[in-house]
Design a protein around this ligand. Sequence first.
Ligand code: ADP
Ligand code: ZN
Length: 737
Amino acid sequence: MNSSTATMHQTLRHYFGYEQFRPLQQEVIDDVMAGTDTFVLMPTGGGKSLCYQIPALLLPGLTVVVSPLIALMKDQVDGLTTAGVPATFINSTLDIAEADRRKEQVRSGQIKLLYVAPERLVLGDFLRLMKSVTLSLVAIDEAHCISEWGHDFRVEYRRLALLREQFPTVPIIALTATANDRVQQDIIQQLQLRDAKLHRAGFNRPNLSYAVKQKTTGLRPLFEIVERHRGESGIIYCGSRSRTEKLTDHLRERGYRALPYHAGLDRETRTRNQEAFDRDDVEIICATIAFGMGIDKSNVRYIIHYDLPKNIMGYYQETGRAGRDGLPSECVLFYGQGDRAKQMRFIEEKPDPNDRAVAIEQLNQMVGYAEATQCRRALLLHHFSDDYTATNCGNCDNCLSTNPLETVDVTRQAQMLMSCVIRVQERFGTSHVVDVLRGSNAAKILNYRHNLLPTYGIGEATSKSEWMWLARAMVTAGYLSQDATSFNVLRTTELGRQVLRDRQTITLQRQRQESPRKQERERSINRTMGDLPENNVELFQRLRGLRKRIADDEHVPAYIVFGDNTLIGMATRLPRTLEEMRMVSGVGEMKTKRYGAAFLQAIAEFLGEQPSIQTVERQIPDFVPPELSESAIATWYAYRKGMQMEALAAARQISQSTLLGHLESLVAHGKIDSIEEIVPPEKIEPIRAAFRRNGLAALRPVMDDLPAGFATWDELRIVRADHYRRKHSTSREAAKV
Ligand code: ADP
Ligand code: ZN
């Protein structure tokens, strides 16, 4: 390990109590330390903050952090000071005297990290303050706010362009969780970043599960989810203010602590409700989408969307608020037949036809997600042009479903539908066509004299929702098209006409009705604590109680004291000394001093009452190997035939890096037993030893730990996959005994 890497790790350990960097963190920090401008695109919960906090601690001068979320600044700074980091914020919530006092602290060099809102940063007074000290770094959080193309544009951000002019030599790091290529370009250009190094993390969040549930008239399916998470934090998004209020009432009647949050509440109430949620005083927030920009809570265990969101980007961002601590969390969307029509009504009120067309397209994508029969994760990630390739994510309802699809013969109905579309001269939308088929007496039908068409009423025996499904499925399958720019008019495609003409059989795939076994599977989706022995869960609950008391005393959110995963770490490793306590992930030096004794005592008391409690080896996986895709299996066949590496890539027409990904997954999943044909045998043991010393999470520390030039990145990957398989197969075998 070289000396600068060692210092970074030491800082990570000392202040934050973490053993390893998350993917990309170290690479970003390296660049920042070298004085390069950097652009970081990482999903929510990916660990963006450390990318500038660690440099801030290591660089000589001050780091200024621009953040639009005034409501969050205090919590962010509290979190840092609790960990012993000299940080403060200056914003409009402070009176002048307090702001002056803090400026003085900055001037005298007592502060390493200063948080500030964008509108304040550009004031002459503030610029003078920045010039009076050594400014080492400027971090721009939520950087997408600078772009008009982003979904969160803020005018104040535009003026940040002057940073480069005023401080030409100070490196800038811009961070965001949402940016398509256009927004990305815009950010780089607006901030005048120079040769910015781009770090883009995969957007996959393996710890989040995704599911879509049928909306029913009653609320039972919703309560089932909430009940599974009793005592844990969750957010329920609704489409309207009144719905959030009603739902809050229902939840309270059932003994949950819930509060509403929407734009109709005054600011004070909103802040109060959000704080109550942050501090675990209430477990559930029922919110319209206005809620969220200000959520930093790491232990949100579930996100429910009770109404259809407007677009997939927004949906993914909202679900991203679950499980920032990396623990399993679930995202459920409720979807009903009426949802699409309801949103269409809003859309039709938009005056600008362009806006309408965009909104309709986004809605169609959302409906496509809700009705999808393939992997939901893959579908979401493709919207971020994430090159996610696994065919089974193992953590969404479709992938977990054993026989989700059935092929149905819809020939007769499909013929009726297409004929009817043609009969109304391809000038009407789905619901009108369905009304004709079902013989409705609606005024619109009679006005157009569509009751005289030969197709009028021929589909009476089939339900309206069934017809609606068929129409959408036929659009997806390419037999019909829907014109988003012109009232969603249905047309028959060339393919459709041909099939109709030739009287071909038409089959479609559809989801089988839910089986009772699904419930079991759902339980297995939710396994935050599920696999822990009862005693340890009880201890965890007790530690949460202690955390809550401490947090209340200090007027900070509970997660600022310790995150859930840290408490789980304590409840499973059962530390008896401060030394052992320090080994738990998330327990840094400062927190050991401040809280260590109290938690040790609580654990000791529990051990006294329950001497039978045992330590549990339970770690959040630090490395998840790539999934076995069909393509990887094809590579495996070729490999078994004894094909050499270069030939293999050529024969399979894949790139070296894809091939490597395949080999990695084949090794990790035990398809390839011996890696000696892939990695020179004499290198294997030294690399393995380096992984044992540094953990599996990141390759960089392992590379640094080995003699220079000893191994290639590819070799590290393969050895890691092998190491992973050994660890996992032995624990499986041990479990069998
Ligand atoms: P983001 O800003 O990208 O949404 P945060 O910086 O808030 O994410 O980090 C999310 C969570 O992950 C926080 O609870 C943080 O403490 C934790 N975290 C960050 N880096 C690490 C790490 N290297 N090891 C363990 N936990 C980490
Ligand atoms: Zn999936």
